[in-house]
Design a protein around this ligand. Structure first.
Ligand code: UDP
Length: 452
């Protein structure tokens, strides 16, 4: 056994320190381990994933950095990632040096697209590298385009008063200007220059050998083809990773599994599941409108209210729901076992912020979605759900109870919702086929591995 392990080849994986990035990186780790690789995971101490017994086959090492716990909240995601890159560049290079002294050779360093400080360090040591994109191919494409537009005219038309928000962006159908991750450009927390710095770095391939993307050809063929042309290095769509492997436990928050018992008591397809991911927050007013709309829709719901995710009221998280709903109609948890929830037969629809993992997890279970995106790549994902795959309804504009009620009924009660569920189930079958032997994502992963 020891001899066998010694013969394994080693990859070092560098996830970005956020739930939506750690999870797909660990799924890739599992896939590569099953193919015979030794896995070393290099993490920052920020949002450190505690290796559970299920991850004991992997080695975990820490990239030294000195960012305080409050850094993400204080700096916002863009400036946080730029600062992290500056902090980690030297310490990561030293860490790689130590690994090479202590361990067997490293065959490849695979890093999250936002951990771009890895590239120059790896280049100096002359190791092979590959980029993992945990966002969609279309989102990668959008970032490329924004950088090009910035070089051309400083993104003049995206700035306030440009008036072109509803127009389609040329070559990015069906993305409108307002679906681009403009929040980075209009945000009080960071300058346009910071956003462009981050975007350019996250799209920069440097000397990386390839880009692996957690997507499938049947979802994003045209974006993948365009990326392949632009990047000029192999692009491997290998997802949805959570369908390709049994996922290791990667939750940073404790999952409340009692909601599964509650779901067990509900009728088939009768529950709408609501979750806005690991970072998004809502105003108290919006939460109240949403709760009212849900109550008047007469549908059952399971709602994830993460601690700290409601701005402006302490009372909301503790007291609101006992007032708004009776427990047989609605169930509220702080964090759910989301993949298990979406796989449950009682769940008929998913109200989501449209993070890429949530999108893939819902598509992978054939669950249609109500899309309420907030920021970054979420608007583009929502647009694809509504206009390309036609398995989602987007709720735009100010959130008010009537709009919530109408959207829920359209999906849970109306004929339109039944059609969407049919399409979602057909897409689920295509996604399943893509990760099975001889499927396109399965073949892509093997092609990538053959290059190592
Ligand atoms: N998630 C979960 N339980 C919850 C809410 C979310 O396990 O109650 C997981 C979800 O399954 C997904 C991840 O958190 O894998 C969120 O990633 P996503 O890309 O959707 O959004 P982000 O958190 O990055 O905005």
């Amino acid at each position: 056994m020891a001899e066998k392990l010694a013969m394994r080849r080693r990859v070092v994986l560098v996830p970005a320190p956020a739930q939506g990035h750690i999870t797909p990186m660990m799924q890739l780790a599992r896939a590569l381990h099953l193919k015979g690789f030794s896995i070393t995971v290099a993490q920052t101490k920020f949002n450190y994933l505690n290796p559970s017994t299920d991850l004991s086959d992997f080695q975990f090492v820490t990239i030294p950095e000195t960012l305080p716990e409050s850094a993400l909240n204080n700096l916002g995601p863009v400036r946080f990632l730029i600062k992290l890159a500056k902090e980690c560049y030297v310490s990561f290079k030293e860490l790689l040096g130590q690994l090479l002294v202590n361990e067997e050779e490293i065959d490849c360093v695979i890093y999250d697209e936002f951990m771009y400080f890895v590239e120059p360090a790896v280049k100096e040591i002359k190791l092979r590298s590959a980029i993992l994109s945990t966002t969609s191919a279309s989102s990668f494409d959008c970032r490329f385009l924004m950088c090009k537009l910035y070089d051309k005219d400083g993104l003049a038309h995206l700035k306030e008063g440009g008036g072109r928000e509803e127009e389609l962006v040329p070559d990015l159908h069906p993305i409108r200007y307002k679906d681009l991750p403009t929040i980075f450009f209009a945000s009080a927390e960071c300058s346009v220059e910071s956003s462009v710095e981050l975007f350019k770095n996250s799209c920069y391939k440097g000397t990386a050998s390839s880009v692996i993307i957690n997507t499938a050809r049947c979802l994003e063929m045209s974006s993948l083809e365009r990326l392949q042309e632009e990047l000029e290095i192999p692009v491997y769509p290998i997802g949805p990773l959570h369908m390709a492997v049994t996922a290791p436990p990667t939750s940073l928050l404790e999952e409340n599994v009692s909601c599964i018992e509650w779901l067990n008591k509900q009728r088939s397809s009768s529950v709408i599941y609501i979750s806005l991911g690991s970072m998004t927050s809502m105003e108290t007013k919006e939460v109240l409108e949403m709760a009212s709309g849900l109550v008047s829709s007469n549908q059952n719901f399971l709602w994830v209210i993460r601690p700290g995710s409601i701005r402006g009221s302490e009372m909301c998280e503790e007291g609101l729901f006992s007032k708004m709903v009776t427990l047989d109609r609605g169930y509220v948890v702080k964090w759910a076992p989301q993949k298990q929830v979406l796989a449950h037969s009682a769940v008929g629809a998913f109200w989501s912020h449209c993070g890429w993992n949530s999108t893939l997890e819902s598509l992978g279970e054939g669950v249609p979605m109500i899309c309420r995106p907030f920021t970054t790549d979420q608007m583009g994902n929502a647009r694809y759900l509504e206009c390309v795959w036609r398995v989602g309804i987007q709720v735009e504009g100010e959130l008010e109870r009537g709009a919530v009620e109408r959207a829920v009924k359209r999906l849970m009660v109306d004929e339109e919702g039944i059609e969407m569920r049919r399409r979602a189930l057909s897409l689920k079958e295509k996604l399943k086929a893509s990760v099975l032997a001889a499927g396109s994502s399965h073949n892509s992963l093997n092609d990538f591995i053959n290059t190592l």
